[in-house]
Design a binder for this molecule. Structure first.
Ligand SMILES: NC(=O)c1ccc[n+]([C@@H]2O[C@H](COP(=O)([O-])OP(=O)(O)OC[C@H]3O[C@@H](n4cnc5c(N)ncnc54)[C@H](OP(=O)(O)O)[C@@H]3O)[C@@H](O)[C@H]2O)c1
Length: 190
């Protein structure tokens, strides 16, 4: 059970990532064009309308990103709208948007002091480095992993290893018509 399940007022940190079948989140050159659908169709899968997607995204209070994901998002086209975004970095980075804040320092303080009091539904959306650190610190309540129907062969690994063994509980599975599958888990901590 998620640490925060059953208490709607507490914060929930969701790790959301899209992985290839062989566990990569980006090609070696950082490109992510493999995230686009190829036109293959899984007949039993569902589709989500733009309206449904937009109303779901409105439930997210804040995104947390590592600096490399931030820089890549600026290059590719900003996907986070006007929702508040916290970028973790030790560097001075340009801020192109009012909704972006930068944070350097302890990640527990980030959650407990900076974000926890302000936001309830917090999405950690990459990259691999920052997500792994959050998992190691036990600060993820839910994992939403989307598996894309592609083998990349090489690239940036979703998890690079070295984490302690930990059980998670499967909460939901959604298969989409474009062949992507979303697996949702909650932390099975005592
Ligand atoms: N497939 C997907 O769903 C998905 C999602 C997100 C990203 N991506 C891809 O993943 C790649 C980026 O991932 P990545 O793992 O290389 O990098 P990342 O996690 O996005 O960013 C790493 C950077 O975050 C900062 N950082 C991380 N932990 C920190 C800590 N504890 N304290 C202070 N700063 C910390 C550091 O920034 P400084 O070096 O600035 O100090 C570090 O270099 C991109 O290619 C992106 O497109 C894919």
């Amino acid at each position: 059970m998620s640490r925060n399940e059953g208490n709607a007022q507490e914060r929930c940190v969701t790790l959301h990532m899209v992985s290839s079948l062989d566990g990569f989140i980006a090609r070696k050159d950082n490109s992510v064009s493999w995230l686009e659908s190829t036109g293959s169709v899984y007949e039993a899968g569902v589709t989500i309308s733009e309206e449904e997607a937009a109303s779901f995204v409105k439930t997210i209070d804040c995104y947390v990103l590592g600096s490399r994901t931030y820089e890549h998002a600026l290059e590719l086209g900003w996907p986070y709208g006007d929702t508040p975004v916290m970028v973790v970095t030790g560097r001075e980075l340009p801020s192109a948007r009012k909704s972006v804040e930068f944070y350097a320092g302890d990640l527990k303080t980030l959650m407990d002091v900076q974000l926890g009091p302000r936001y309830r539904n917090i999405w950690l959306v990459g990259g691999a480095m920052l997500c792994q650190r959050f998992l190691e610190l036990g600060m993820v309540d839910e994992i939403r992993l989307v598996i894309a129907p592609v083998l990349l062969g090489e690239g940036l690994r979703l998890f690079s290893g070295g984490m302690a063994e930990e059980r998670w509980s499967l909460k939901n599975v959604v298969a989409y018509r474009n062949g992507f599958v979303e697996l949702s888990y909650s932390a099975a901590r005592a």
